[in-house]
Design a binder for this molecule. Structure first.
Ligand SMILES: CSC[C@H]1O[C@@H](n2cnc3c(O)ncnc32)[C@H](O)[C@@H]1O
Ligand SMILES: [Zn+2]
Length: 443
């Protein structure tokens, strides 16, 4: 319990403060105070200035918002960025990515690739990400060291993977990770069965049982393409969502990634079960997978979050850009310019992400008592003028280069665009060396 009369650790004075909850609100000339890693003060600037603070930051021209939440990705795949472009999902995955993973992915690859991804995400305004990849115990070390927040998913597939001879071993190692990290303040472990077409019923039943017992999330690629739905109808007689429902996987802890195919029955299952959907528009566009009907889902009450997917199918981890794509695409898909307006788009990239990952009591909005996970976007540049609505300017007229400062749990991880805990130069050199090795050019 923090001493309320003690000085604040940090007092931020932005031009605009967008808490996300309450929805649609922009506070001008307000301040945010932090003590012991939590938000303890939200007040008009003049009133806030009466409080003593160890550090005061003037953020003139900046919009202070909750940190962005990248609700789906494969961090270490950043080392495969640009390796196999302009291909449809199954060709990309089966003929290029899975062979490359079998050849290259080991502990060292995951360590270096995850660090690269974390550095890029922090510089893009992301304070929390979900990771679904091999050797999650190694990736977790990088999350711990860097100060970012994450959901780490235990990968489960029907075939041997880097780091696990079979699904049984993957789950055993995953349970140990769950136990090791159960008290970690920034890491939450979830289950990551890859997709309905790559995980059989018996393994999904195991996942359901364990997730229930541990109250853990289940994060899964679902209905990414029409082909996947067709194949499921042929093999199982039902669509993937109906099969997952029959197996008892759906529920508030279920995170359905992609969902480009949604019929009325799928929608009813999502609504009834209170499952979340994680929309990855740029990966879906690049692999020509299809279009997630975001507006329809949102209007039906489904919690929709946003993710970049891995850098091998995107090809960046730019969640601000992803959110802009989502907002534009939603209008085209719905045939309505009012679909996914800028304020809702920002909510999708923050609070909805936190809710999908089961972290909305800790993060996702700037509310008293929540963790001080925040980002200051600089809106003072030429291409952002004039500013009528700062949220509109952020979503439609800003790139990730406007990310100025970032904090997680009150700790500053990005200061004037510079990483405070990671060595950007070393990460760059290491990533280039991997590129040379993988391209066969290393000596
Ligand atoms: C369970 S570990 C992750 C596994 O998923 C592969 N992957 C990356 N992106 C996608 C995607 O969009 N759909 C399906 N599978 C994907 C990744 O290469 C790993 O093998
Ligand atoms: Zn993915």
């Amino acid at each position: 319990m923090s001493d309320l009369s003690a000085p604040l650790d940090l007092l931020l004075l932005p031009t605009w403060l967008v808490p996300v909850e309450p929805a649609g609100v922009v506070w001008r000339d307000h301040a945010l105070g932090v003590r012991d890693g939590r938000i303890v003060l939200l007040a008009p600037r003049e009133e806030a200035m009466l409080h003593a603070a160890k550090e005061i930051r003037e953020l003139t021209g900046c919009l202070l918002a909750p940190g962005l939440i990248n609700a789906h990705g494969h961090a270490a795949m950043s080392l495969f960025r640009g390796l196999a472009d302009d291909l449809p999902l199954m060709t990309w995955l089966q003929d290029h990515i899975w062979p490359a993973e079998a050849r290259w992915v080991d502990e060292e690859f995951v360590r270096d690739g995850t660090e690269l991804a974390i550095a890029e995400q922090l510089k893009s305004g992301i304070t929390c990400f979900s990771d679904m990849y091999f050797f999650p115990e190694i990736a977790s070390e990088l999350v711990h060291k860097s100060g970012i927040r994450a959901q780490m998913c235990i990968p489960v597939l029907d075939f041997p993977t880097p780091g696990a001879r079979d699904a049984g071993e993957a789950l055993r190692k995953g349970l140990k990770l769950f136990d090791d990290l159960k008290l970690h303040p920034r890491i939450k472990v979830a289950f990551g069965p890859h997709a309905p077409y790559s995980v059989s019923d018996d393994k999904l039943e195991n996942v359901r049982m364990l997730a229930e017992e541990l109250d853990a999330g289940i994060h899964m690629h679902v209905q990414e393409t029409a082909f996947e739905v067709q194949q499921s109808l042929e093999l199982h007689g039902v669509r993937p969502m109906a099969r997952l429902s029959r197996l008892g996987l759906l529920g508030p802890r279920f995170q359905a990634v992609h969902m480009t195919q949604v019929d009325d029955e799928d929608l009813a299952l999502l609504v009834e079960s209170n499952s979340s959907v994680i929309h990855c528009p740029e990966s879906n566009l690049k692999l020509a997978s299809g279009f997630c009907p975001v507006e329809r889902l949102w209007n039906a009450g489904v919690n929709v979050a946003v993710g970049t997917d891995g850098a091998a199918s995107n090809n960046d981890l730019d969640l601000l850009g992803e959110t802009r794509t989502a907002a534009l695409l939603a209008k085209a898909v719905a045939g309505s310019a009012t679909a996914l307006d800028a304020h809702r788009a920002l909510r999708m990239a923050t609070l909805n992400g936190a809710r999908a990952l089961g972290l909305d009591e800790q993060t996702g909005s700037l509310e008293l008592g929540k963790s001080a996970d925040m980002v200051a976007f600089d809106l003072s540049r030429l291409a952002q003028q004039p500013v009528y609505d700062p949220v509109s300017q952020l979503i439609y007229a800003s790139g990730r280069d406007c990310v100025q400062h970032l904090w997680v749990g009150g700790k500053q991880l990005l200061d004037d665009g510079h990483l405070t805990r990671l060595d950007e130069q070393r990460i760059l050199v290491t990533a280039r060396a991997w590129g040379e090795r993988i391209a066969g050019k290393a000596h």
